[in-house]
Ligand binder design. Structure first.
Ligand code: BES
Ligand code: MN
Ligand code: ZN
Length: 513
């Protein structure tokens, strides 16, 4: 990952490949062209205070995502200035918001791939801004090269240039405790988030339930997290019919991984549950071509939970967190579960499988029930659960459902705080009867309309009585099939990791649950 430093040095004397500055869209009745954001004063001064005009001449508007490169003024050690768009300038006396800074830093980091060192001269008012820019740089500089050129020859990377090696954040004070803590937090969270992206991007012939469990076990050892892996034998003994049923078609058997992070001073317990389908072919209800090419991403929920638990451990948060990874590969075969089969779930309920492609709710049901047995203060599950939610909210926003409106709101607010787009969704009672089964307690499918809410209602049946629960459907934002934008790369995005870490922090602080 990119090395981050805090620097009080003045921009002109800095030895770097580039100086990054912010440019915003002027607002208000008088403002017309782009405005130079605070932090770039030294650069502006060297341009005789005419930098805004220079940028306008070069076609810059200050729009989000925009990159304008110009030669550094005489007397600067760095040869290049990179002006990155911040979007609309804040109202008079207001500050740039963290997400605008995070995105701009990510865009700049991507534009500077191949460079050794860049100095970021963006508007940094407090430790929060430093954390946001640090996150943006580390998130934007991500690249996944493990399968390019065998990952061995870095100079011949076929994914393009090597990520930016070093970023100095100007205006950050290396001796300020809060500034240092902001960089450390950003580093821990994004390192784990980027690991979640790696897991999502790893092809399903290499990332199986077994190999995922082994990776979790190794990480647990490294970070003092207790890891228990239930293999097929243990799952059978325990009666985990949902996970076993979904995994039964694959040569790569299912696993349930339990990660326990505990803190001696903790008085709250948060449980996180992730859908970990390492590949979703649909099973016997096979997905048509065009719908399965990206289904390695169907373990994004489990990757997010894994990353969040490890990040919480690295941050030493005063909260107990149990992460549950429900891992299986959904494949068609002679041993696969059939439409019409009835599974006996870990909770004891029976489920008629009407569509083997509605597999996520089956593995989650067992993991939710297992999580419930410990009576945590709250459970949050994360899943690439339904195409319906992608249709409803698009590719950049995840849905939040749950059995407690206040908790659902708390999750939405946590997401907003860290710059993740999310939206509340209801669990309408009338949709429950669509899942009535003549044979079993419930079917794994209901009405087509509102399919994402039907899935949420199914999950609710497997949450223990009286336990606060929220469900995040990240099917849209988990995997970016388009080009990179802001700090989001193509492929696995690490959706929900930052929201989960924030929830853990809020729980630790006693501000939640
Ligand atoms: N993994 C898919 C959902 C999905 C779709 C994730 C698109 C990411 C992008 C899930 O297992 C699935 O197949 N859901 C079905 C449910 C249906 C059969 C009730 C769906 O949404 O079509
Ligand atoms: Mn499916
Ligand atoms: Zn799926």
């Amino acid at each position: 990952m990119t090395a981050l430093t805090l620097s009080t040095a003045a921009a002109p004397g800095l030895r770097a490949d580039a100086i990054v500055i912010g440019v915003a869209k002027g607002s208000g009745p008088k403002a017309t062209g782009p405005v130079v954001a605070p932090g770039a004063e030294a650069v502006d001064k060297a341009y005789d205070g005419k930098l805004a005009g220079v940028l306008e001449t070069l076609g810059a508007s200050g729009a989000e995502g925009e990159v304008t490169k110009l030669p550094a003024p005489a007397g600067f050690k760095a040869p290049l200035v990179v002006a990155v768009g911040l979007g609309a300038a804040p109202e008079k006396d207001a500050e740039y918001d963290g997400e605008a800074l995070r995105k701009a830093a990510g865009v700049a980091a991507r534009a500077l791939a191949g460079s050794k060192k860049a100095a970021f001269a963006l508007p940094l008012n407090d430790a929060g801004d430093i954390g946001a820019v640090a996150e943006g740089v580390l998130l934007g500089a991500y690249s996944f090269d493990a399968y390019k050129d065998n990952g061995k020859n870095a100079s011949a990377r076929k994914n393009g240039k090597a990520p930016l090696a070093e970023a100095a954040l100007l205006g950050g004070k290396p001796r300020d405790k809060e500034h240092k803590a902001a960089v450390e937090r950003a580093t821990a969270v994004v390192e784990e988030l980027n690991r979640a992206r790696d897991l999502v991007n790893t092809p399903p012939n290499d990332l199986t339930p077994e190999s995922f469990a082994a990776i979790a076990t190794a990480a647990g050892k490294e970070h003092g997290i207790k890891v228990q892996v239930l293999d097929e034998k243990a799952l059978t003994k325990g009666g985990y019919g949902g996970i076993l049923g979904v995994g039964s078609g694959s040569a790569a058997g299912p696993r349930l991984v339990k990660l326990s992070y505990t803190h001696a001073k903790a008085d709250k317990h948060l449980a996180l549950v992730g859908k970990g389908i390492t590949y979703d072919s649909g099973g016997i209800s096979l997905k048509p071509a065009g719908h399965n090419e990206t289904m390695k991403c169907d373990m994004s929920g489990a990757a997010a939970v894994f990353a969040a638990v490890v990040a919480a451990a690295r941050l030493g948060l005063e909260v107990n967190i149990t992460g549950w990874l429900a891992l299986a590969e959904n494949m068609p075969s002679g041993s696969a579960v059939r439409p019409g089969d009835v599974l006996r779930m870990y909770s004891g309920k029976t489920v008629e499988v009407l569509n083997t492609d509605a597999e996520g709710r089956l593995v989650l049901a067992d993991a939710l029930w297992a999580a419930s047995q410990e009576k945590p203060d709250a459970i949050v599950d994360v899943a690439t659960l339904t195409g319906a939610m992608v249709l409803a909210l698009g590719n950049r926003t995840f849905a939040v459902m749950g059995n407690d409106d206040a908790f659902r709101t708390a999750v939405l607010e946590a997401a907003e705080e860290v710059g993740e787009a999310s939206w509340p969704m209801p669990l309408p009672e009338h949709l429950r009867k669509g899942m009535d089964s003549p044979t079993a307690d419930i079917a794994n499918m209901g009405e087509r309309m509102g399919g994402g809410l039907v899935a949420g209602l199914f999950l609710r049946e497997f949450v223990g009585e009286g336990i606060t629960w929220a469900h995040l459907d990240i099917a849209g934002p988990a995997f970016n099939e388009g080009g990179p934008f802001g700090y989001t790369p193509k492929g696995g995005t690490g959706s929900a990791v930052r929201t989960l870490v924030r929830l853990a922090e809020l729980t630790a602080a006693g501000d939640l649950g």
